[in-house]
Design a protein around this ligand. Structure first.
Ligand code: SAH
Length: 477
């Protein structure tokens, strides 16, 4: 078998001048970030192999083990040589040192992850049909798994995939399971599509591409999504920091259709405006859906503090759950403005809500110095440790806010604390929280272990997919 050339990708990858500049910047431009430093250690550039041979990635002897366990990444340090003259985004066979086929994978010479696996089957052809099969399987899994197929992803004969009438009527009618129209439709490696994320907000899809392989198939993927889901818009938010590590320029704009003036997601009957073009990630944190719903059940008659509130997700659930008061803090004024709109759109009692634009690290200290206390504190910070290289620094950050959180809790109070850092394991996170409780001088019990919602599945052979972890703790009364 030789390398697979995509049959008809609408935009063949051509590294632009901009791309090259970007790579030069990250390699030579001043001080590399901790992550880049760490990732390049012990990861020598693979030797160019036989230029006349068919393109292939040949691994060093003994370095095929993780692929045999079906982990979908080939790190540069495992590569013995690259045969042929492949370009970034090409699909290549990965072979062990004795030439046995291991996988078809997308090549990226600019990343420390030299290749990401598309398929373990030698006979599989990586073409538009392959992507149709994988995307269809991901959609089908959501239909089967989510309580109300994420609010009506239906591919009925008309190709309609969301039901605006139900969305519109859901605002004040309660919190039934059917009141969802948002879901992560494709969760990258865990859905067999490395580097591809697709989130649904009503009839808008937001696509994020974080690998050279997915970048190569970008237009084919957009066509397939359009055909299978028939959304009003497919918007591309390929502007996450991690694209830099893959040697790719950021991209942000409409891919298909037109972006509606206002995009909204309905979650358990609550409506949230989603700033698809400029909001964080793809505009909303769908992964916390179940955990937000749990918050509602815990909030009654409590004074709640929601730190890192973004557009008010946990705050609105707490208010609907009967919280006595909710103080919400975030550093982003834009997010807080949307939060205030969301509060109004859901007809919730604004007199119980207070919003504060501040740095949480400072705000918690101020609250402590003011002698404030709460019955329920939520800490959902941004990613402190994208990879294990940042774990130590991140651990200090988590310990700091959690220690302050424990100190602000009244006896018998609850702390819901999260980490979305891929570089912090569940076990380490629990140890950090235990250390924070010890230093705060409180005894606490874990009452819930939390993860991302079911539309963010974790491939068993890819533990990196389990980035979101959370604990709800009750401090002794
Ligand atoms: N809980 C939210 C998502 C939180 S995302 C939800 O359910 O939707 C993390 C948030 O932390 C972002 O809104 C970001 O603006 C905010 N943030 C990041 N650093 C911060 C800091 N130092 N102080 C306050 N907010 C911060």
């Amino acid at each position: 078998m030789t390398s697979q050339k995509p049959r008809s990708p609408s935009t063949p990858h051509r590294p632009s001048q901009g791309n090259r500049d970007f790579r030069n910047r990250t390699k030579q431009g001043g001080k590399p970030s901790g992550e880049q430093k760490n990732m390049s250690r012990g990861a020598p550039q693979p030797l160019a192999g036989n230029a006349d041979a068919s393109p292939a990635i040949i691994l060093k002897a003994g370095r095929e083990k993780s692929l045999l366990r079906r982990h979908p990444w080939v790190f540069s340090g495992a590569v013995e040589r690259i045969d042929g003259a492949p370009r970034s985004g090409d699909t290549l066979p990965v072979r062990d040192a004795t030439d046995n086929f291991l996988a078809w994978a997308a090549y990226n010479p600019d990343s420390q992850i030299t290749a990401r696996v598309w398929s373990w089957r030698e006979e599989e052809v990586i073409d538009a049909e392959f992507f149709r099969r994988r995307i269809s399987a991901a959609l089908e899994a959501r239909r089967a798994l989510l309580p109300s197929p994420a609010g009506g992803i239906t591919s009925d004969s008309a190709g309609v995939f969301c039901q605006p009438s139900r969305m519109a009527s859901s605002s004040s009618e309660g919190r039934g399971e059917g009141m969802n129209n948002g879901a992560r439709l494709v969760h990258a490696e865990s859905d067999g599509l490395p580097g591809l994320i697709v989130d649904q907000y009503g009839d808008t899809l937001v696509m994020q591409i974080g690998s050279a392989g997915a970048e190569r198939w970008r237009d084919a993927i957009a066509d397939i999504l359009q055909e299978l889901c028939n959304p009003a818009c497919i918007y591309e938010r390929s502007d996450s920091d991690s694209r830099g590590l893959e040697g790719m320029e950021p991209r942000n704009g409409v891919l298909r259709g037109a972006l509606p003036e206002s995009v909204e997601v309905v979650e358990h009957g609550l409506r949230f405006r989603v700033d698809v073009a400029a909001g964080q990630k793809t505009g909303f944190y769908l992964d916390q859906r179940d955990n937000r719903a749990l918050t509602e059940t815990l909030a009654k008659d409590r004074d709640v503090l929601n730190c890192f509130c973004y557009t008010g997700g946990f705050s609105l659930y707490a208010l609907r759950g009967g919280a006595k008061s909710v103080l919400s803090i975030d550093a982003s004024g834009d997010a807080l403005r949307i939060a205030a709109e969301n509060l109004a759109a859901n007809n919730l009692d604004g007199s119980r809500a207070e919003w504060q634009e501040a740095d949480v690290f400072q705000a918690l200290r101020k609250l402590r110095d003011q002698g404030r206390s709460f019955d329920f504190i939520i800490l959902d910070p941004p990613k402190f440790a994208p990879t294990a290289a940042f774990a130590e620094k991140a651990a200090r950050g988590y310990k700091d806010i959690n220690l302050l959180g424990f100190k602000l809790l009244r006896p018998g109070g609850l702390l819901a604390t999260y980490s979305c850092s891929g570089g912090i394991s569940e076990d380490l996170f629990q140890k950090i929280i235990a250390g924070a409780a010890l230093d705060a001088g409180v005894d606490a019990q874990i009452i819930h272990y939390l993860h991302a919602s079911a539309d963010h599945p974790v491939l068993l052979s890819f533990p990196e997919g389990a980035y979101l972890k959370g604990l709800v703790l009750r401090v002794a009364g």
